[in-house]
Design a protein around this ligand. Structure first.
Ligand SMILES: [Zn+2]
Length: 297
């Protein structure tokens, strides 16, 4: 078996509600998570259904964990818990992949062995109850750590970092990353394409899949990114993926759609329409992260 190669579009969505901001809680984030998250997730599911685009939903376990014992977080429960959204993803006619974004949105690069194991165990238990395998994994804040534990727990594919110059900035001059990220999205730079990479830990094998680009939110300075530039970046990336036989792996959170959602959806829909045409003419695959697992090839 070999890793899936060739031209592909892969979309991964980090679904976390307020767990993604448990250490940076503020009233407006709580309000948006409570009120804006569900309609956006449902619209994403509808769009995926319209163009038959399966995606990886990397879900924070606590979003759908109804087991007792968790503290009562501040604000309305709807800002933190949404098991019904996970059910809707499961019940979609599109074969989405429900990956993990950890159980408690904890930072794996800072965790001790016992804490990392506990987070993984809780998520595995939860997924057993729901009948959802943990094949793909996205690290909270893309902070990578305890890879060996992940892979031994059964994770087959994990997302690494954005490829290209921005990934270099992130790894070498992290304080410049926010401004670099903004510039990257404003300029007509085609996102870097990626390839899946086989890795192994103590005899356990997994696939590392870098990402190409984030769909940046449209609030504050980020509104300066022209819609036409954003659309062109994605369409060029799809074209390049098809001609270079590589993967365009885009990612975002539903919260990246909180502001100017119609514009964000129009960027995504243009890309989906183009990707679906390319798929139908046989030059591009639409793959979830789990599709890159060695066992899926
Ligand atoms: Zn996250």
């Amino acid at each position: 078996m070999s890793i899936q190669s060739g031209a592909a579009l892969c979309i991964s969505i980090d679904l976390e509600l307020m767990w993604g901001r448990w250490d940076r809680i503020d009233a407006s984030s709580i309000r948006l998570a409570e009120q804006a998250e569900r309609p956006i997730v449902r619209r994403l599911l509808e769009l995926a259904e319209r163009y038959d685009i399966p995606m990886t939903w990397a879900v924070v376990g606590r979003v759908f964990d109804d087991a007792p014992g968790f503290e009562n977080p501040p604000g309305p429960r709807k800002a933190w818990f949404a098991p019904e959204l996970v059910e809707e993803i499961q019940n979609s006619p599109v074969a989405h992949d429900i990956g993990s974004h950890s159980h408690g949105h904890v930072y794996f690069d800072e965790l001790g062995d016992a804490e990392a194991s506990l987070d993984l165990e809780r998520d595995l238990e939860l997924r057993k109850r729901w009948g959802i395998p943990m094949r793909s994994w996205v690290f909270p804040c893309n902070k990578i750590g305890h890879l060996d534990k992940l892979v031994k727990a059964g994770v087959e594919v994990y997302r690494t970092h954005d490829a290209g110059w921005l990934g270099w900035v992130r790894n070498h001059v992290p304080r410049l990353y926010p401004v670099g990220n903004l510039l990257d999205k404003m300029l007509p730079i085609t996102p870097s394409l990626v390839e899946a990479q086989a890795t192994s830990f103590d005899g356990y094998r997994a696939v590392a899949l870098p990402s190409s680009t984030l769909l940046l939110a449209r609030n504050g300075l980020r509104r300066l990114a022209l819609v036409s530039v954003s659309k062109r970046r994605w369409l060029h990336a799809l074209e390049d993926a098809a001609t270079q036989q590589k993967v365009f792996h885009a990612w975002f959170h539903p919260s990246n759609f909180y502001f100017d959602a119609d514009t964000q959806f129009s960027i995504l829909e243009d890309a989906f329409r183009d990707a679906a045409q390319k798929r139908d003419s046989g030059v591009l695959r639409i793959s979830t992260m789990a599709d890159f697992a060695e066992s899926a090839s």
